[in-house]
Design a protein around this ligand. Structure first.
Ligand code: GDP
Ligand code: CA
Length: 320
């Protein structure tokens, strides 16, 4: 091998990546991509628009879903902790509290810890780092912002709902007519976020819900500015045959006026992405999508260990 080629390999053999992530879809992408970008070469930037005070504790639903998944302890539906008990929730119900939003006992302990740390003046990013380290997760995860940023949903009858009331209590059945990311305009990126994006060779947008999980991250002006500067931004589609695997992504995108299928994902990320990865089952859409974005198709299911590993190998061959 001549020196020039060796030099080239040296440049590309150690790339850094940033993954913008929501909850379940993002956690699955994080689990796969940490096989490609080991240890410090991957930084996760997590959505905090879903954060909410529930039963008196600060719930960071998406950050915890990612942490539990990377720790290998996630519950059967992708959130919460596997095998958790619900004794505290049963007691709350006995006390007459509506516990539709059920936090398992161990999950509740994480939230109690977070609430205590925040009320004694620590930042969300510090708390997240503490939980990451305690759960022995090797990948760095930063909240998009330490400032309050809350996704609010306006439904067809005109009512504005806090995110978790729409999502959990009402089971995301309402038609969404408008979304607000309250506080985003004045939110500063958490420490390290802009530095990680700037240093990254590649920014990846997880197959998370575009308006509900990714847009609240991008709504932080400093983050949007940093991502727009990047040449290589790769989004992974959350859609299969135009539908989300779980949750309301396709319905919310439709009711916000985005085109159906991956054309909607392209529209949601217009001006932001250089590459879009769609599922192999939707490869026929390749012909219909007119865009300057480079489109790739492969199996984008990431649920099992085999699927996760296979996607990591494909991603490495294609981008890293
Ligand atoms: P939430 O915050 O827990 O609602 O989760 P996210 O916003 O991170 O992700 C929700 C999206 O993940 C849904 O639209 C799903 O279609 C998508 N999703 C879930 N599992 C997979 C998967 O294995 N592969 C892909 N490509 N998308 C997935
Ligand atoms: Ca979420």
């Amino acid at each position: 091998m001549n020196e020039a080629i060796q030099g080239l390999n040296a440049t590309y053999s150690n790339p850094f990546a940033v993954l913008l992530t929501g909850g379940v879809g993002g956690a699955r992408a994080a689990r796969s991509l940490r096989e490609v970008f080991a240890g410090e070469r991957l930084t996760l930037i997590g959505n905090v628009g879903d954060d909410e005070s529930v039963h008196g504790v600060h719930v960071s639903a998406d950050l915890d879903t990612v942490l539990y998944t990377l720790a290998g302890i996630e519950g059967p539906h992708g959130w919460g902790i596997a095998g958790d008990s619900f004794i505290a929730m049963d007691q709350l119900e006995k006390l007459g509290v509506d516990a539709t939003f059920r936090l398992g006992d161990r999950d509740l302990a994480t939230c109690l810890f977070r609430t205590g740390m925040l009320s004694s003046g620590h930042r969300l990013s510090e708390v997240t780092e503490h939980v990451r380290s305690a759960l022995d997760v090797g990948t760095r995860i930063l909240p998009a912002t330490d400032d309050p940023l809350r996704t609010r949903i306006r439904i067809a009858d005109g009512t504005w709902l806090p995110f978790q009331e729409y999502f959990v209590e009402r089971g995301h059945r309402d038609r969404v007519v408008e979304i607000e990311y309250a506080g985003a305009e004045h939110a500063l990126p958490a420490p390290g976020v802009v530095e990680a994006i700037t240093a990254a060779d590649i920014v990846v947008i997880a197959p998370s819900n575009p308006p509900l999980s990714i847009e609240p991250i991008m709504a932080v002006p400093g983050i949007r500015r940093a991502v727009i500067e990047k040449d290589r931004v790769v989004a992974i589609s959350p859609l299969f045959g135009g539908k989300a695997l779980k949750g309301p992504a396709d319905r919310v995108m439709e009711s916000l006026g985005l085109p159906p299928g991956n054309a909607g994902v392209l529209a949601a990320y217009e001006g932001l992405i250089s590459n879009l990865v769609i599922d192999i089952g939707d490869a026929a859409e390749l012909k219909t999508l007119s865009t300057s974005v480079e489109i790739h198709s492969t199996n984008t299911r990431l649920g099992s260990d085999d699927e996760s590993r296979r996607f990591a190998n494909w991603f490495k061959e294609t981008f890293a």
